[in-house]
Each structure stands twice: as C-alpha cells, then as structure tokens.
Design a protein around this ligand. Structure first.
Ligand code: ATP
Length: 435
C-alpha cells in the first residue's frame, strides 16, 4: 500500500519529509516496503515553498531480509524488499489522516494525501517533474488505480502526492535526513562544520556537502524546520557512516530516503519549442559579449535552434558568473536550466563549453605608415586616420585573446545548485577549473 503526501508545510514550519517519519511512527504494526521516497518535482513550479519535494512510503507485511534505514523513539527502523500481504486502503487512510491534520500548516498550505494499492502511471511523474500540470490530471491518474485521497483547502498537494507515488526509481540517489528534538526547533543548529567539510573526502559517493570556496556547509537548512541536516549520496551504506561521522546536537530521529535528487530528471532534452516554467537542455552559439545587469546577474545572448535566447547566471551563483563572463561571440555552448517566464531567461544550472571561437583583444591604435605617429579613430566604424598627414588605416592592432576558458563542463557552487540538478560529480566529470 502506497501512502504519499505533499504541501503540508509553509516556509517557516515543518517539512514534508518529517511528516514521512510521523507516518512511519503512526503505523508500527506495518512494515516499510522499500525505502521511503523523497521525490522532487518540477523546480520551476511558481507556488512551491522550497524545493518542490513530495514523499511516498510503501507499507505491508515485509518479506526477505530487513534492511536498516533509520532510528526513531530509541528503536532501529528497517525496510523490506517485498510484501507478503496488503493492509486495507481505507484503514490506512483513516490512520494517516489524523497525522496529516496534526502536522500540516493548514493556514498556508494545501495538503494532499494519497493511499493507493497500485502506483499511478509513471507518465504522471514524468510530466510533473518537467511540466506544470493541473489537479485534474493527477486525479485522473489516481482514479485509474483506485486510489483513496484526502485533502485540505484546495488540496493542490494531491498533484505532488500522486506524482511521488508514480515515480519508478531509475536513476536514483539517497539522502539520510536527521531531525531535531522538538524543543530545539527554531534555535540555531549545532552541527560540526569541520566534520561536514571532510565528508567529500571521507565518503566519496556523497555530494553537495560543503562549499569549499566560501567555507559554507550546504547540508544544514537555514529555516526553522525540524531538519537538522541531510547528507546526499549514491551509497546508502556510506550515508549511514557519513551521518555517524558528524558531531552535532542530539539527533531526535533519522531516516534514509531514496530520491530523484541529483538526477536531472527535470531537464527536457527532446524539445520542439521552449515553453516557460520547464527546464531544458539547449545548444547554441554565443551572439554577443556577456553583460552584467543591476543585481550582479550575468546575461549571455545565445543563438539556438529555437531562435535567440538569453542565458542567465544569477547573482547567487557567485563565481560561476565569472565563467559565463568569459564567453565570447562565436563560442559554442550547451546549457541546461529553467526557462523563466519574465524576464524570459534560461537560468543556467550547468554549462558545457563545446568549442571556443577565435577571439582577439585590441592592443593599440595603429601607427601611421607614413610618419610613424599613433593614428586616431576617424569615428564609429570609420577606421583610423593620421592627424598629421591624413593617411587612413582600416583597423586597430589586435592580438589573439589569451582565453582563460577551456572547453569542458562548468557548474555553480554547491549552495547555488538545485536539489534535482545532477552534479558533475555524478556524471563522472570533473568540474573544469579555470586558474
Ligand atoms: P518542501 O520542499 O519544503 O516540501 P515544496 O517546495 O514541496 O515544499 P509545497 O508546499 O509542497 O512546496 O508546494 C508545491 C505545490 O506544487 C504542491 O501543492 C504540489 O502538489 C504542487 N506541484 C508539484 N509539482 C507540480 C507540477 N508539476 N505542476 C503543478 N503543481 C505541482
């Protein structure tokens, strides 16, 4: 039996993943089948609170070897590969509704809860991770599998809940999430920065841990939510060890999630036109020197098969903007990112410099071939002219530009990455570093 939920939290209260732990807690007589799922949906959805995450757990009567995946209320949590029998959907719903009501921020959220014996079509997930869909589409997919639902307010959370239940993990990663004791919610978090800074080296299958240039941990939230920290990676076993290596205030509970974070599932590679509020993989040629606009954002005009398109490296992407500033007209690039509606820019999440165009920098005005003096500009586009003898020259003296940029992949620093964006580390690619 699949139980999925979304849109329970506000920006200052709760976290949908915490609700997952409370659902597990409310069903002690049922076994977890597979790991709880944390499913990120289209990051371009305008009404998301934070990372557009929804959760789904599967419960039943476990068969096969138990697998350790968490700890809560002083006891270890396990999950099983298969289920021998299914509980009743209506009973499960009746038991989950009070949990949802207890923890939802009903002033500011539109919670949705789904209980279903069969997952909805994977097509629902594929669309919800990359497009904007309406509630009716999610409801139709839920009707097909005989799902039961419960909603509060507009119940928009049913979109995320249904889509999380529809996810079939293909490319997948894991996140071990730790939670704080209730009385510490809202207080500054005590987590050893030194331990976090060592994660990349000690547990190489983990990613997005620490911003080494700015010396900032990326795994500790800054909100008042119950999460203490979350470590992401490709190996659940390494994540358990990684979590044990981090000194912190008391961990109230922890749970391992299987996720679509770091997979690029949201990127549409095979597109015919570019509609806003989705994310794309686009190839193009740089049309003009990049420009910095008020706010420190860097814009680069690209010629693409869909016509001219502005790529943007926004201020929070910090040093990544310097890479974009190094692009020159004629360079060939591949960019991935979200197409915003207004201003219509593609917010660059990753950049591949495929080929550099020859580029030259002006060294000086030319010397007059007759009298040897420096010539002066004769006006815009009119070349150069010697003031003494009137001799003309077509252009200044140029030398080939010594480009700092080299072909290869570039990505923003850890703190500026989206949950769902695939880090270069997961693509087996070293970020191309410019010295
Ligand atoms: P958190 O990450 O903290 O759990 P959030 O960023 O997930 O919060 P929500 O409060 O859950 O934010 O809001 C996202 C809302 O958008 C939910 O109601 C969800 O059902 C809905 N939603 C998710 N994906 C789509 C989509 N592709 N199209 C339309 N609505 C969507």
């Amino acid at each position: 039996m699949y139980i999925a939920a979304d849109d329970t939290d506000s920006s200052t209260w709760m976290c949908t993943t915490f609700l997952a732990t409370e659902l597990v807690r409310a069903l002690p007589d049922l076994d977890l089948i597979g790991l709880p799922r944390l499913v990120r949906l289209n990051p371009a959805v305008p009404w998301k609170t934070r990372g557009n995450g929804a959760i789904c757990i599967r419960v039943g009567e476990g068969a096969g070897h138990p697998r350790w995946m968490g700890r809560m209320d002083g006891r270890d949590l396990f999950c099983y590969a298969r289920s021998k029998s299914e509980p009743s959907a209506s009973e499960v719903l009746d038991r989950c509704v009070p949990v949802m009501e207890r923890w939802s921020q009903t002033d500011d959220a539109d919670p949705g809860l789904v209980v279903t014996p069969r997952p909805p079509s994977p097509e629902l997930y594929r669309r919800a991770v990359s497009r904007i869909i309406d509630k009716e589409e999610a409801l139709a997919a839920l009707r097909e599998v005989g799902a039961l639902t419960y909603e509060i307010n507009s119940g928009r959370g049913l979109i995320g809940a249904a889509s999380a239940a529809a996810w079939r993990p293909m490319d997948r990663t894991y996140e071990v999430l730790t939670y704080r004791r209730r009385e510490r919610w809202g207080l500054p978090r005590e987590v050893s920065e030194r331990d976090i800074a060592q994660l990349d080296q000690r547990f190489p299958s983990t990613f997005n841990n620490y911003e080494h240039i700015a010396c900032r941990p990326a795994i500790v939230p800054h909100t008042t939510c119950p999460v203490l920290y979350g470590v992401r990676g490709d190996s659940p076993l390494q994540l358990i060890a990684a979590q044990a290596s981090i000194g912190s205030e008391e961990v109230d509970r922890w749970m391992m999630f299987i996720t679509n974070q770091g997979t690029d599932d949201h990127i549409i590679a095979d597109w015919t036109d570019l509609a806003p509020n989705s994310s794309y993989d686009v190839e193009g040629e740089v049309l003009a020197p990049p420009r910095t606009i008020p706010g420190g954002h860097v814009i680069v005009a690209l010629g693409t098969s869909a016509g001219p398109l502005d790529g943007a490296a926004y201020e929070p992407s910090k040093g990544f903007r310097d890479i974009v500033r190094e692009l020159r007209p004629g360079d060939r690039v591949r960019v991935m990112g979200e197409l915003r509606e207004s201003p219509r820019t593609l917010n660059i999440e990753k950049l591949e410099v495929k080929a550099l165009a020859p580029s030259a920098v002006k060294v000086s005005n030319p010397r007059c071939p007759q009298c040897g003096r420096r010539m002066r500009s004769a006006g815009r586009g009119a070349g150069y002219r010697c003031r003494e003898c009137g001799t003309k020259a077509p252009s200044a003296v140029f030398r080939p530009e010594d480009r700092r940029l080299v072909p290869g992949w570039y990505e923003p620093p850890v703190c500026a990455r989206r949950h769902i964006s695939k880090p270069l580390k997961r693509m087996g690619i070293q970020s191309t570093i410019v010295v």
